[in-house]
Design a protein around this ligand. Structure first.
Ligand code: AMP
Ligand code: MG
Length: 317
């Protein structure tokens, strides 16, 4: 059931149930992060592999010491700069965090979300919330309450409706190796913005070389409709002219909107606007019973880097 009643949702969480919550990134499937039996339900409903750790959401910087320890100075700087916000820090975990949450690691991913309802909820609970995206494993992330409802129907008791997600992309994940910050996943905060705070950092946004970020290279964020990422959209449109096509484009419909279903993510070429609309547009195209979705590479800078990352995973077989 979609609701705006915070008390109902709070009560369900205290009773050990799963609920969906809004955040500024995407909707999350939330449960008490201190209880393995609650966290189990997340893995079960999402069909998420057990080796893929969850991000723990906390209400404030003061709460951090309850879930993490040995916090590097550079992590404190990042937290001060970006929390509340779409930045996850991977830190040494406290013993109260069950192994189930961290997939057996001694580190835990943590963030403070920047959404008024999520924050209000967290502030009223005496436990943090483990919350991956509220979608079946490897599907497109939900950016509205309706997306969550479409995915889980009555398998989920409450979906807290906080409107469309402001950022529309998952958090940026930063870990620490020998007290040096390392980017594990591109996300809603650009690499450029991170580097403004901590200087140049290495990027290990790749599963094959990087066991630190499991699940990061596998097929992910994918629509049910086949999808193709191309540098030459007009040519691909011709190649597939007999098909029912959907096009997901950055700023220019290239005159193709008369013949096909076209979503232009930002007419003014604003990557933040494009990011916000990315999953919503993919969800919309995915519901049109198309033969193929064609999409293009975005500029490889700022949030364009994150969008390209998601599109590359979406097209993986
Ligand atoms: P999400 O699916 O958006 O909730 O993000 C979860 C992702 O965070 C995982 O797939 C990992 O890539 C990353 N992550 C979470 N916890 C850890 C951790 N302890 N160490 C490394 N990566 C982590
Ligand atoms: Mg996810």
């Amino acid at each position: 059931m979609i609701t705006t009643d915070l008390n109902l949702v709070k009560k369900a969480l205290i009773e050990g149930e799963l609920v969906a919550i809004p955040t500024e990134t995407v909707y999350g499937l939330a449960a008490n992060a201190f209880k393995a039996t609650c966290v189990d339900k997340i893995f079960e409903l999402k069909q998420r592999p057990a080796n893929n750790p969850l991000i723990v959401h906390i209400p404030s910087l003061e709460f951090l010491s309850q879930v993490a320890c040995e916090i590097p100075e550079i992590a404190k700087r990042l937290a001060t700069a970006f929390w509340p916000g779409p930045l996850t820090l991977v830190l040494k975990k406290q013993v109260v965090i069950p192994d189930r949450v961290t997939a057996g690691r001694d580190t835990v991913g943590i963030r403070i979300p920047k959404h008024p309802l999520a924050l209000k909820l967290l502030q009223q609970l005496d436990f943090p919330l483990a919350a991956p995206s509220a979608n079946p494993f490897s599907a497109i992330s939900p950016t509205t309450a309706v997306h969550v409802h479409n995915a889980f129907q009555d398998k989920l008791k409450f979906i807290l409706d906080g409107g469309p997600c402001e950022r529309g992309l998952e958090s940026t994940i930063i870990g620490f190796e020998n007290d040096q910050a390392v980017l594990y996943r591109h996300g809603a905060i650009s690499l450029e913005a991170i580097e403004e705070v901590v200087g140049k950092i290495p990027v290990k946004n790749n599963n094959e070389e990087n066991p630190e970020a499991p699940g990061m290279l596998s097929k992910h964020y994918a629509p049910k409709t086949p999808i193709l990422l191309s540098k030459e959209i007009a040519k691909e449109v011709k190649n597939h002219s007999s098909k029912k096509l959907g096009l997901l484009l950055f700023k220019d419909s290239q005159g193709l909107d008369k013949l096909h279903q076209v979503k232009v993510l930002s007419l003014k070429g604003d990557l933040k606007e494009a990011a916000k609309k990315l999953y919503t547009s993919l969800h919309q195209l995915d519901q049109l019973d198309l033969d193929l979705i064609l999409t293009e590479y975005f500029p490889e800078n700022d949030l364009g880097r994150t969008i390209n990352d998601r599109l590359k995973r979406a097209v993986k077989k």
